[in-house]
Design a protein around this ligand. Structure first.
Ligand SMILES: [Zn+2]
Length: 219
């Protein structure tokens, strides 16, 4: 189908756990919906999982993939009973999603702190439900740089700052350099205090200009 896109409900409301949508395409073992609260793996944040319900049938969503052009595929074990035009109710695994939101918000704070403290830009990273890792463009490896950064991260978390999300045209958004304004479409928490307590797990050198740090949030 040409010009078909999925409306990304999580971008308007990252706290939305349930939604109704129509199936617009079924391909392989995946259903494309006209709208979804399921976040696909993108922007360095891992996917949601959960369930789709249609009449009495339950479909376990095991993967969510954003296809080029803007459709979101919901991979389920068995698509029988799903067809274009079918109305489904989607329910995301909220415990997993909320941890992704807390850790994703933490990564923004960490990136801002690392940039301010030592001018280090992030060169990669990934947020999983149980931990996150970020690579920084740093010449020297010193664990204390990260330990001190996480102290500051936790201060910012405790202050309960409001997290603001801006929507900009893509070309404009991509012009914004590092710091505490970063271009992504991922889900965040509303206040930094929702993050909880940030704990550094480990740090390692992955190359001359690549120093990686792993962290998690508690509880
Ligand atoms: Zn973000």
């Amino acid at each position: 189908m040409v010009g078909l896109v999925t409306e990304l409900l999580y971008q308007k409301d990252s706290y939305l756990r349930e939604f109704y949508a129509y199936v617009i395409e079924v391909s392989g073992n995946a259903a494309v919906l006209d709208r979804t609260a399921f976040h696909p793996t993108s922007g360095g944040v891992d996917k949601d999982i959960g369930f789709l319900y249609r009449d009495g049938d339950v479909y376990r969503v095991v993967d969510v993939v954003l296809e080029e052009g803007g459709v979101v595929k919901h991979v389920v074990g068995d698509v029988s009973g799903l067809y274009p035009g079918a109305l489904v109710r989607g329910v995301i695994d909220w415990d997993r999603r909320y941890r992704l939101m807390r850790l994703h918000t933490t990564s923004h704070i960490l990136l801002a702190v690392m940039y301010r403290r030592c001018g280090a830009l992030v060169s990669g990273g990934h947020v999983y439900p149980d931990h996150a890792g970020d690579d920084f463009d740093l010449e020297f490896f010193d664990r204390r740089i990260f330990e001190e950064a996480f102290e500051e991260v936790n201060e910012i978390v405790r202050r309960g700052l409001e997290v603001r999300v801006y929507w900009l045209p893509r070309d404009e958004a991509l012009k914004i350099p590092g710091a505490d304004v970063q271009a992504d479409g991922g889900p965040h928490v509303r206040k930094t205090s929702e993050v909880g307590r940030v704990v550094m797990l480990s740090a390692e050198s992955r190359g001359r200009r690549r120093k990686r740090v792993y962290y998690t949030v508690k509880p």
